[in-house]
Design a protein around this ligand. Structure first.
Ligand code: SF4
Ligand code: SF4
Length: 348
């Protein structure tokens, strides 16, 4: 790491104040109606928390986004007015390592064949101040088996590690260095004892047991071989198509684009992008009425294969970061780890 310092926990609010006065909106985890979610913070932030219910992907990829407004007055040329994304500088404190890795995957998607200007505009103004998981925050975590780590700084600008009375702050990007430099006098030098304690906390975190995809490296080939497996329909039977699994996921990014009318005389409206969901029956519905993914099994296969096969074929990495949200929040208990393991077992 380029910059490694200590921060007394009592000084966290002073750092946040300094970051805020540097022009950043600071967001952090807040408990609202029993649900942890990222909210703007004015003074301090509670970093003693498990994980937010919904991944922070919406900072760069909001659930609903207007691209442009249009108006057509009879006899005149249609008028288009582009709506530029509002992209204030946001520093998000408390992002867990699985969600940092999620951001890396979202960046790949939105800068691949097309550089999505709406995503890019927001993303360049978003900084992630991550928080290492000293212990898995949920029994459904499985980041290690999909190539991650509870102390990964991938996708982060800064990684914080909780050492009891202090945090160790490790900057991973220039933006992270700047956020720390904004309050340089608050940070202390990391001494040998701090480093020893940090290494021990990280080693214990990595050693902590988690659930696991049994053979994540072999998953792309296994899912390819198991494309026609009967396991898909069998395991998808309870699915009610609610879409929670994809909406909460840090890496699901499918969207729909619609023209919403706001008036008929004159004809006017706006073009809007909204999150879409491969678990909805009409996700792949053609105008002819034909639906290539008519059954629950074909839709489950698409979701799981995108995470463990297609994304790997396109970008050389698994798309699932093992956050476990789709497992813990599925109302009928469909478990992506069990599905991948079962298809692989069936193929073997
Ligand atoms: S959360 Fe569960 S029930 Fe809902 S769409 Fe996903 S797999 Fe189906
Ligand atoms: S597929 Fe499930 S476990 Fe994997 S990153 Fe998405 S929500 Fe998390």
């Amino acid at each position: 790491m380029s910059m490694e310092k200590t921060l007394d926990k009592a000084l966290l609010s002073d750092w946040i104040a300094a970051v805020t006065s540097g022009g950043w909106q600071v967001h952090g985890p807040a408990l609202e109606d029993g649900i942890w979610t990222f909210k703007p913070v004015a003074a301090s932030v509670d970093l003693d928390y498990p994980n937010v219910k919904q991944a922070p992907k919406d900072f760069a990829f909001p659930q609903r986004e207007i691209f442009f407004a249009f108006e057509h007055i009879k006899g005149e040329a249609p008028r288009l007015k582009e709506v530029k994304p509002e992209a204030p500088q946001c520093a998000v404190f408390g992002v867990r390592p699985c969600d940092g890795r999620g951001a890396v995957r979202m960046d790949k998607v939105f800068s691949d064949n097309v550089n999505d200007p709406y995503y890019q505009e927001r993303r360049k103004n978003t900084a992630y101040v991550g928080l290492a998981c000293n212990a898995p925050p949920s029994p459904t975590c499985f980041c290690k088996s999909v190539g991650g780590s509870p102390v990964s700084s991938e996708g982060m600008d800064i990684l914080l590690t909780d050492l009891g009375e202090i945090y160790i702050a490790q900057a991973a990007t220039k933006t992270g260095e700047a956020l720390m430099a904004a309050a340089d006098k608050l940070f202390g030098k990391m001494g040998a004892a701090d480093k020893k304690q940090l290494d021990k906390v990280h080693a214990d975190a990595v050693a902590a047991p988690q659930r696991a995809v049994k053979d994540a490296k072999g998953a792309p080939a296994a899912l390819k071989a198991g494309f026609d497996s009967a396991v898909w329909e069998e395991m998808a039977k309870p699915c009610i198509g609610c879409g929670i699994c994809t909406f909460l996921c840090p890496t699901c990014h499918c969207f729909d684009i619609n023209d919403e009318m706001t008036g008929m005389s004159p004809l006017k409206g706006q073009r809007v992008r909204t999150w879409d969901n491969c678990q909805f029956p009409d996700f792949t519905m053609h105008t002819s009425g034909h639906n290539p993914r008519e059954t629950l099994g074909t839709r489950l296969r698409q979701r799981v294969s995108h995470k463990f096969r297609y994304f790997h074929e396109n970008f050389g990495m698994l798309q699932c970061t093992g956050c476990g949200r789709c497992v813990s929040e599925c109302p009928v208990g469909i478990d992506i780890v069990a599905v991948v393991n079962k298809v692989a077992e069936h193929v073997a």
